[in-house]
Design a protein around this ligand. Structure first.
Ligand SMILES: [Fe+2]
Length: 304
C-alpha cells in the first residue's frame, strides 16, 4: 500500500534507530518476497527453508530465488524475531527489544489478535491506548459503562533505569473486562510504554488473582499519519478458543478505529498547551513530554 500524497520518508534518527514490527512471524512468506511500507520507505522480506529471515529496502537488490549467491550482508536490514513478530530497523537499533517476561511462562496463551490499519499517527494510537477515560463512551458494555465514568487518581512516572513510562494503581469498572469475564468487576490496570510506538497493559485476570493478563499494541508507522497496529496478547485463559479471544479484541479495536481517525491534528502535538489537559490525561502529558525528551519528531508536532 502506498500513500504518494504523504511520501515523506522518516529522517528522525531517534525513530530510525529503533526496532519496528513488520508482520507476525507466521505471515513471512517462505520462498517468495513480500513488501510493505515502514516510515515512508518500502521494505521487502522473505524467509527460506533454513528459517533465516531477510529484510532489505532496495528492490533491485532482491535475492534471486534459488540462486547460489548469498544475499550481500551490507544490503540487509537488521532482523529480530520476538513475541511472534518480525522486527527490523532502518538505522542502528539496540542489541535487543524490551523484555516481556510473561511471554516465556508455560501456561500463557501468546496470541497475535489482529493487525489493523488506521489513518492516524502512531503516537495518537499509543495515547488512546493509555486513556481510560474513553472506556464508557467508546466501549460501552465492555470496557466501561455509564455512570461509572470516573478515572480515579493513579500514579505515572518515567522509570529512570529503563526509561520506560509506567502508570500504576489504575482502577476502572468494566462490565466485560475480558473474554473470560462473567460479569462486571473493578479492574486493576498497569500501563507501560517501553518504546515510542509500542504500549502494553497488564490487567486483572478473571481466572488467576495473582497474575495479570498482558495486552500489547505494537505499531508500525507506515507514514507519519498512517499506521498498522498489531495486537499482542499473553493471557491466562484456559477456556476460550483463539478465535473467540481474537474476536473480542478485534471488536474492541474496531470501536477505537473511527475515534482515532477523527482526531485532529493527526500528528500528536507535543506542546503541553496544545490540547486542554484533564486528570484522565495524566499519562498523556507524561508520554508527550517523554517523546519530546527523546527528541522524537516523526508522527508528532514538535514543541516550537
Ligand atoms: Fe479504546
Amino acid at each position: 500500500m502506498k500513500f504518494p500524497e504523504e511520501s515523506e520518508v522518516c529522517s528522525d534518527s531517534a525513530i530510525l534507530n529503533l526496532w519496528h514490527p513488520l508482520v507476525p512471524e507466521a505471515e513471512v512468506p517462505v520462498g517468495s518476497v513480500s513488501e510493505l511500507v515502514l516510515l515512508g520507505r518500502t521494505v521487502f522480506f522473505t524467509t527460506g527453508v533454513s528459517d533465516e529471515y531477510l529484510v532489505w529496502s532496495e528492490k533491485s537488490k532482491a535475492p534471486v530465488s534459488g540462486g547460489s549467491e548469498p544475499f550481500p550482508e551490507d544490503k540487509q536490514l537488521p532482523v529480530l524475531v520476538r513475541y511472534g513478530y518480525l522486527w527490523t530497523s532502518l538505522g542502528s537499533p539496540p542489541n535487543g527489544l524490551f523484555e516481556i517476561p510473561e511471554f516465556e511462562e508455560p501456561d500463557r496463551r501468546n496470541i497475535h489478535a489482529a493487525t489493523i490499519g488506521v489513518h492516524c499517527s502512531a503516537p495518537r494510537a499509543i495515547e488512546n491506548f493509555l486513556d481510560m477515560g474513553h472506556f464508557p463512551y467508546v466501549h460501552p458494555g465492555i470496557l466501561g459503562a455509564e455512570p461509572h465514568t470516573e478515572v480515579v487518581e493513579y500514579d505515572v512516572r518515567v522509570d529512570t533505569d529503563s526509561n520506560e513510562i509506567w502508570a500504576t494503581e489504575c482502577l476502572f469498572y468494566q462490565p466485560q473486562a475480558a473474554a473470560t469475564s462473567v460479569g462486571g468487576q473493578l479492574v486493576g490496570y498497569t500501563y507501560r510504554v517501553p518504546h515510542p510506538y509500542c504500549v502494553m497493559l497488564y490487567k486483572t485476570n478473571p481466572v488467576d488473582q495473582e497474575r495479570m493478563d498482558v495486552i500489547g499494541l505494537f505499531v508500525r508507522s507506515v507514514t507519519s499519519e498512517h499506521i498498522e497496529a498489531s495486537m499482542f496478547l499473553s493471557l491466562l485463559d484456559g477456556v476460550n478458543t483463539d478465535s473467540t479471544i481474537r474476536k473480542f479484541q478485534q471488536e474492541v479495536f474496531a470501536q477505537d478505529k473511527p475515534i482515532l481517525e477523527n482526531q485532529h491534528p493527526k500528528r500528536l502535538p507535543l506542546n503541553p498547551r496544545a490540547e486542554t489537559p484533564v486528570r484522565a490525561d495524566k499519562s498523556a502529558i507524561v508520554y508527550r513530554r517523554w517523546l519530546s525528551d527523546l527528541g522524537i519528531t516523526y508522527g508528532v508536532i514538535p514543541e516550537a
